[in-house]
Design a protein around this ligand. Structure first.
Ligand SMILES: NC(=O)c1ccc[n+]([C@@H]2O[C@H](COP(=O)([O-])OP(=O)(O)OC[C@H]3O[C@@H](n4cnc5c(N)ncnc54)[C@H](OP(=O)(O)O)[C@@H]3O)[C@@H](O)[C@H]2O)c1
Length: 294
């Protein structure tokens, strides 16, 4: 049996579906019972509860041959790093309490860097926390920016006529489809063949600049020639606060943009067939925009 945290999310849904298709028994966890119902219908055992509750998590992890963990992202959090620390400690306590022997942890490119990377620094902290466990085989998956993070800008781009963010326009950035992240995680959870601590970066078929990604998005939303604009940091942070981010999360988003722009966040290793995934942004951008609208 495999326990999947974040099972109703972008990556977790893919993992759950692929594990079920592979004939694995899956315990799917998330907070929203209605969202979990679709996974129950597909054959998963579903548990609704909050990851901040280490006892709930430990019960959900107990008996699992392997677990998938993630640090859920809440852009309204007033103190993001403290919140992530609380969730991260609950996960580590649950892995320990349940005696889990194998963990696939969703992390990110840039998690090797301790500070100055915005949201990603919390994933660095979580990798360190998990590494302190003994007797647990750990696989850290470090994907690039999700294509879904680009398509999330579709509505704003329609309103403003441009796509604005904090990343330099011409810097190639590793980007990937969450379906490919889910496929990589599910394959590892089925194979359960790694030992000790392993780090696997996950790249899409090619890096994209924000200018290139914006052009692909524009073509999909009937705005051909859509331009990308890098806003000054303070202006970008204010725009995010207006859009509902907490001030802390807005500052972290901007810091992450700076770190992607100046090479602080960068792949550690050369691409290999194992780290490159097949899905091109052009191939799925239309579906992602439609899914989001639905
Ligand atoms: N976005 C990117 O470009 C990017 C790039 C690299 C890595 N990442 C990593 O990927 C993670 C996001 O993965 P994703 O896109 O699959 O997430 P997602 O779509 O936002 O889904 C989050 C999942 O976690 C569950 N969840 C949220 N808060 C929870 C809580 N307190 N307790 C229990 N379950 C909770 C959600 O369900 P409920 O809300 O029902 O609980 C949902 O199943 C990020 O946090 C980051 O660490 C992201």
């Amino acid at each position: 049996m495999i326990t999947v945290m974040g099972a109703t999310g972008q990556v977790g849904r893919q993992i759950t579906q692929r594990l079920l298709e592979a004939g694995e028994q899956v315990r799917a966890i998330g907070r929203n019972p209605r969202a979990l119902a679709a996974l129950a219908a597909a054959g998963a055992e579903t548990w609704a509860g909050d990851a901040a509750d280490a006892e709930f998590l430990a019960r959900a992890f107990r008996g699992a041959d392997a677990v998938h963990t993630l640090l859920p992202y809440d852009p309204t959090s007033a103190d993001f790093r403290a919140e992530q620390q609380r969730l991260g400690e609950a996960i580590v306590a649950a892995v320990q309490g349940a005696g889990v022997r194998r963990v696939v942890a969703l992390s990110s490119i840039g998690a090797d860097v301790p500070t100055g990377t915005g949201f990603i620094a919390s994933l660095h902290d979580q990798e360190q926390r998990l590494r302190r466990l003994t007797g647990v085989d750990l696989l850290f998956l470090r994907p690039g920016v999700f294509f879904e993070s680009i398509t999330a800008a579709a509505d704003t781009a329609r309103t403003l006529g441009v796509n604005a963010d904090a990343v330099a326009p011409e810097v190639p950035v590793p980007m990937i489809a969450t379906q490919d992240v889910g496929a990589a995680a599910a394959a590892a959870l089925v194979a359960r063949d790694w030992r000790g601590v392993q780090v696997r970066e996950l790249h899409g078929p090619c890096d994209l600049t924000y200018t290139e990604a914006t052009s692909i998005l524009g073509a999909a939303i009937d705005l051909p020639g859509l331009q990308y604009v890098r806003l000054p940091d303070a202006e970008m942070a204010d725009a995010l606060v207006q859009a509902g981010f907490s001030r802390d999360c807005a500052e972290l988003h901007v810091e992450m943009g700076r770190a992607l722009s100046d090479g602080t966040i960068t792949p550690l290793a050369a691409r290999t067939p194992e780290t490159i995934s097949p899905t091109r942004f052009e191939a799925i951008v239309g579906d992602l925009v439609q899914d989001r609208a639905a």
